[in-house]
Design a protein around this ligand. Structure first.
Ligand SMILES: [Zn+2]
Length: 285
């Protein structure tokens, strides 16, 4: 399984674009919705937090926008921001992991695939983590794991609820078993959070797969997902080959998982904040 999802070769063509000048002027201003295939104005899409106004499809949202959307006034304090992977295995695939980290940082302006922060949701203080899906697929490596573990520690020390917004391809293969160990470390931390009687709300967004689904993303007191999000462990092709059966329509999408008891709710992006606030009110009294 590749953590680097390349976009399919674009077949996007703007209407009536015969002259090159016009193509240059309009390039980047418009985007084709992956779901309804209609052309949408990029600015309008961004203003709507990447939810298509025409069909309601939720495209991926970066970690900074996610925190701005959920936290009061878009304000938050970050923690452990400068933690960086030490490349413990000296891993090289088609390029050295170290180089990959540098290029990812350049592309996303973030040193790792997760922001750990604190802020308020409708007045309630929370510790919150958001995966950055563009940083090596939002994958769970040693730094992401450590940032989450420290967020849990802070939540316990400050008697605050924890929210994690997942958008991740799973464990980071470039850190091998050290990535996998993060699953156990975080799960153990969440048990301590539970013993401290503090809630953990897991928000699963597109995509939440592999080791992230297999650990904390499914360990929330509430597991809520955005509409249409891909959520699963292994990919559908691997499952079909293993069980030698055709998978049903919509398999591994939020709505299917809700119907089969794997999720507590499917909540549209723009309603997430009031929903989480209400849940926190219920949990925290
Ligand atoms: Zn659309």
């Amino acid at each position: 399984m590749s953590w680097f999802k390349r976009d399919k070769p674009s077949d996007q063509k703007l209407p009536n674009l015969s002259d090159a000048d016009r193509r240059v002027r309009t390039e980047g201003l418009w985007q084709k919705c992956e779901s309804c295939r209609q052309i949408v104005w990029k600015k309008e899409l961004e203003a709507n937090w990447n939810v298509c106004a025409k069909c309601g499809a939720h495209s991926r949202l970066d970690a900074v926008s996610r925190l701005k959307l959920l936290l009061d006034g878009g304000e938050y304090e970050t923690f452990d921001h400068d933690l960086r992977s030490s490349d413990p295995l000296g891993f090289v695939d088609n390029k050295p992991y170290r180089e990959r980290l540098v290029s990812m940082e350049k592309a996303t302006h973030l040193p790792e695939a997760l922001i750990a922060a604190a802020g308020r949701i409708e007045g309630r203080p929370v510790e919150i983590c958001a995966h950055e899906p563009r940083f090596i697929g939002g994958s769970l490596g040693s730094v992401v794991g450590e940032k989450i573990a420290r967020s849990i520690e802070r939540a316990i020390a400050r008697r605050r609820p924890l929210v994690i917004v997942s958008a991740s391809g799973g464990a980071r293969m470039q850190e091998g078993a050290i990535s996998l160990m993060q699953m156990a470390k975080i799960a153990a931390g969440l048990m301590r959070l539970d013993e401290a009687k503090l809630p953990f709300i897991s928000v699963l967004t597109d995509p939440t797969t592999g080791g992230v689904t297999a650990s904390y993303a499914m360990l929330g007191d509430l597991n809520i997902a955005e509409p249409g999000a891909l959520i699963g462990f292994a990919g559908p092709r691997v499952i079909e080959q293993t069980i030698r059966q055709k998978l049903p329509e919509g398999f591994q999408r939020s709505e299917f998982l809700l119907k089969h008891g794997m999720l507590d709710a499917v909540v549209p992006r723009l309603e997430l904040k009031p929903f989480i606030s209400q849940a926190l009110g219920f949990f925290m009294g």
